[in-house]
Design a protein around this ligand. Structure first.
Ligand SMILES: [Zn+2]
Length: 186
């Protein structure tokens, strides 16, 4: 009696597994149909401490906003294009080539009340080739701190999206344009 019950349970589990496998198989061709043009940049937020989720959200916002580039979190031990660290200074980005560099999520601005997701998206914007646009309105991501602590908008505006789309749509990738500053503070 007991054995029969177990067998029935196992059979049900097997059916469920088959159903799950079928679902996964059906989803695979859709993934292959996704646009293949995006340049993938790996970011490592392992050193971003308490800002980890804000950094992930900032990266996700860029992924929602543009098609030519995709920010993907690093797997364990994976070499990253972008390193994101937390420190006690002012937030800043140190781009090396377009799409690569180091971002610091500085606690100085966070302590003053600036929004951590806006900071993260803004600094990643520098890595994606955008300059500061200060002073500027809250609707502009690259207006940064000039929009004030009440501004929590983490989204690039249409011009900022278009500029990033253009940066990764052509020959600029991997180059070091002379007009791009070595260090972009805030
Ligand atoms: Zn900035």
């Amino acid at each position: 009696m007991h054995v029969r019950t177990l067998t029935g349970g196992l059979a049900a589990a097997c059916l469920m597994s088959l159903a799950l496998a079928g679902g996964q198989a059906a989803a695979t061709p859709q993934a292959q149909n996704a646009p293949a043009a995006a340049r993938v940049l790996i970011y490592d937020a392992g050193g971003s401490a308490e800002f980890r989720s804000a950094v992930d959200r900032g990266a996700a916002i860029w992924n929602e906003s543009v098609d030519t580039v995709e920010l993907r979190p690093a797997a364990a031990g994976q070499r990253a294009n972008i390193r994101v660290l937390a420190d006690n200074g002012w937030p800043r980005a140190l781009p090396t080539t377009l799409g690569s560099g180091t971002v610091y999520i500085g606690r100085q601005a966070v302590d003053q009340g600036y929004d951590t997701v806006r900071i993260s998206a803004h600094e990643l914007g520098h890595i994606l080739g955008l300059p500061d646009r200060k002073p500027g309105p809250c609707s502009s991501l690259m207006s940064g701190s000039s929009a004030g602590t009440a501004c929590t908008n983490p989204y690039p505006n249409s011009a900022e999206k278009a500029e990033v789309e253009g940066n990764f749509d052509g020959a600029l990738v991997g180059r070091t344009p002379a007009e791009r500053a070595e260090v972009i503070v805030d």
